[in-house]
Each structure stands twice: as C-alpha cells, then as structure tokens.
Design a protein. Structure first.
Length: 304
C-alpha cells in the first residue's frame, strides 16, 4: 500500500516513521523545506525514553513528486485542513482512502467537501509527539487509536488500515460510530488546552489549583450539554476522565500551549470555538467556552 502523510509535524512524522519501520511504502509531505531536507539527509531523529534513533523515510515538499496514493493520512493543523484535503484529492488513487486523526471537530466535514465522504476515515489517537527541530521529534507517549468510517457506511479497507497501523505499533481498533470517539477526545482538549495555553502551565497544573480545576470542569460541562443536545453518547465520568488525562500527562505542555509559546495560530476554532458555534445554533449559553475562545483569539491576533 502506498501511503502519503500530509503534514509532517511531530505527529505526522512519528506515524510516518513507525509505518516506515514496519515496512510500509511511506512518503511524508510538508511545505517546511528545512524539516524535509533534514529528514532526507540524516533520517528522522526520534527521541524516546531518553534514547535517540534515526529512521529512514522519504520526505518531499513538492506534491508533484508524490505517486498515486492508496491512503492519505492528514495530520496538519486544523487551520490548514482545507489545503490538505485538496492535496489529498489530487494524489489519491481511485477509491483511495483519506484518514484524519487531527484534533478538534469539523476536519472530516471539510475533507468531505472535496473527497467522497464514503472514502473518509476519521478517528483519534492517544500517541503524543513534540517537534524538537528540523528532522527531530520526541515520542512523548503512547496509547490507543480508534478509527471509523465517517459516513457510517463500512468499507472493507478500514480493517486493512487498522491492521497496518497496529503492525507498526500503533494499536488501533475500528468503531461503528466514530463521532462519539471524536467527541470524547474533544472534551479532553476543551478541559485542558485553552486553559494551559492562556496561563502557561503544564497539563498537571489544571488539577493542582481548585480555581483552574473548576474552570476546566465548567468548560467541559458546557460542552457536554451541547453534545447531548445533538444525541452524542457521553460517559458519566467524563469530567473525572479529563482530570485523569491531565494527571497522566502532568509534565506535558498541551499542543495549544506549544502553539502559543511559539506564536503559531492555534486550533481554537475547532475546539472551544466549535462548541461556541454549535451552541449558538442550538440556543445554548456557553459563556466559559466563549470567553476562552475570545481570549485565545485575542492572544494570537496580537503576537509580536
């Protein structure tokens, strides 16, 4: 199977390296030329548990160099999903599949504007990675991955995708209703990302103070109300699960926090902002998520 990963940031690079090591035909595509050149010259340097090893994987910034692809894995920031979807539509072979494991809500819908929704796989992963520099990443954590057909119509190829990911050490299960899975991860991001980005704390800081813990709880409970209004199945212990994730990743800086630290545009519109947008349509009041969204938008609009 020919696989192209669109967006060779920390997560895209990690998945590309793991799949390449397992014997898959992988090509990384990213417009960051310095990163691409470093990978092609020295291999991708992966730091894990204090050790560093190099993985040979092809990378390019020129999509014209990419041969027809059976599977396009989209790992760009949500602000770049539109462009990534168009690239995927150009390189995918007939009946080729597009897989998104991006953060936030709405990415699969954007991809579905240019690719047949019946050929879109969506999901979430608990693996974590951090970009250390051109050609260098840290594998920050492992965990389960879940994928499902976005349209709900089961496609035989999805099991092949799950199997090749699992073979690469990315333990993957298929699910019937992937929207519930995406919502579950979204709620974790809602309870952690914006608060850590605004305050400069690491994930564990969320639960170390009663004030930040209460703020996180309020944001998540608003989002749960929006989810339930749309018929989404939400576990009873969701808020506690958010705190468990914060504790388990206490030494990590959230992805949104890293974006703010590096003065990059965040994915706020697909996380807390997505709750605000959906709440407006439903007539639900979500003041905490509205405030968090406005503060992040103000912060990133005034980067210097």
């Amino acid at each position: 199977m020919n696989i192209t990963i669109i967006g060779a940031g920390a997560m895209g690079s990690l998945f590309g390296a793991l799949l390449s090591e397992s014997g898959e035909n992988i090509r990384l595509y990213d417009i960051w030329k310095e990163h691409v050149e470093a990978i092609n010259k020295n291999g991708l340097q992966i730091e894990y548990n204090g050790n560093t090893h190099s993985v040979s994987v092809d990378a390019t910034w020129d999509k014209n160099q990419i041969e027809k692809t059976d599977l396009a894995i989209i790992f760009v920031k949500s602000t770049q999903t539109d462009d990534a979807a168009k690239t995927a539509s150009e390189i995918l072979d007939i009946n080729g599949l597009a897989l998104t494991l991006q953060n936030g809500m709405g990415n699969a819908d954007i991809i579905g504007e240019v690719i047949d929704p019946d050929l879109i796989i969506a999901g979430t992963t608990s693996h974590g990675a951090t970009m250390l520099g051109p050609g260098r990443i840290r594998h920050a954590g492992t965990g389960p991955t879940a994928i499902g057909m976005w349209s709900g119509i089961q496609e035989t190829g999805i099991q092949e995708v799950a199997d090749l990911l699992t073979k690469a050490g990315i333990m993957t299960e298929t699910v019937d209703d992937v929207r519930d899975v995406i919502w579950a991860k979204l709620l974790v991001n809602i309870g952690i990302n914006a608060i850590t980005a605004l305050t400069g704390i690491k994930n564990g800081g969320i639960i170390s103070l009663s004030s930040t813990k209460a703020l996180s709880c309020a944001a998540v409970e608003e989002a749960i109300q929006v989810a339930k209004a749309q018929g989404v199945k939400i576990e009873d212990n969701t808020v506690e699960h958010v705190f468990q994730v914060a504790q388990a990743t206490k030494g990590n800086r959230s992805s949104m926090g890293q974006d703010v630290d590096n003065k990059r545009q965040t994915e706020i519109s697909m996380i807390n902002g997505a709750i605000v947008t959906q709440a407006e349509k439903l007539g639900i009041h979500v003041p905490v998520n509205q405030t968090l969204t406005t503060l992040i938008e103000t912060l990133q609009a005034n980067y210097k």
